[in-house]
Design a protein around this ligand. Structure first.
Ligand SMILES: [Zn+2]
Ligand SMILES: [Zn+2]
Length: 174
């Protein structure tokens, strides 16, 4: 897109859809989306870094290589990916607790069979009896361990109560 500076008029942009449209920069975005509808066969693409950059198809690659907004987007993308990645990183405690991971994996397997009527019925009580639901307490001071065990005891008691009152509706106690 060509940008011009016209005295007493400020920054203007020549519309890529019609060279006769000379639009003040402040209004160009609205204009472009209107014009795009009027010229659906103009062979103009929208820059993936800035929706206000409408560029002839043949120039798009070149534009996106040099787009001034490219650097901003790439920094944002990096921050978002970084933040998302840390969400999926297991915490150090979980990492050191393979027993819990195995239990979680088994639970997922059961989950996948939820809609399969031919699969054996999932019995949460049976599951709790057969699996060590109490999480391990590695790398904690004695008082932290006591605290943790007490919290676990309450958590499991609450879970059991919820299961008793809801019958087989395990998982609804979230
Ligand atoms: Zn236009
Ligand atoms: Zn651009």
């Amino acid at each position: 897109m060509d940008e011009l500076h016209i005295d007493h008029y400020g920054e203007v942009i020549i519309c890529p859809y019609n060279k006769a449209h000379v639009i003040p920069a402040a209004r160009i975005q609205r204009h472009l989306f209107k014009c795009r509808r009027q010229y659906p066969n103009a062979n103009i693409d929208i820059c993936c870094f800035n929706r206000a950059h409408h560029v002839p198809q043949k120039d798009l690659q070149q534009h996106q290589k040099n787009c001034p907004d490219r650097a901003i987007i790439e920094v944002c993308k990096y921050v978002i990916e970084d933040g998302t990645a840390s969400l999926y990183n297991p915490s150090p405690m979980e990492e050191q607790d393979p027993g819990q991971q195995v239990a979680a994996a088994r639970y997922n397997e059961q989950d996948e069979n939820w809609d399969d009527m031919d699969a054996p019925r999932y019995d949460p009580e049976q599951y709790c009896k057969q699996n060590p639901v109490v999480r391990k307490t590695m790398h904690m001071t004695p008082s932290e361990k006591r605290n943790f065990r007490e919290k676990e005891r309450i958590r499991i008691a609450t879970l059991n109560k919820a299961m008793e009152s809801k019958g087989s509706a395990f998982g609804a106690s979230k």
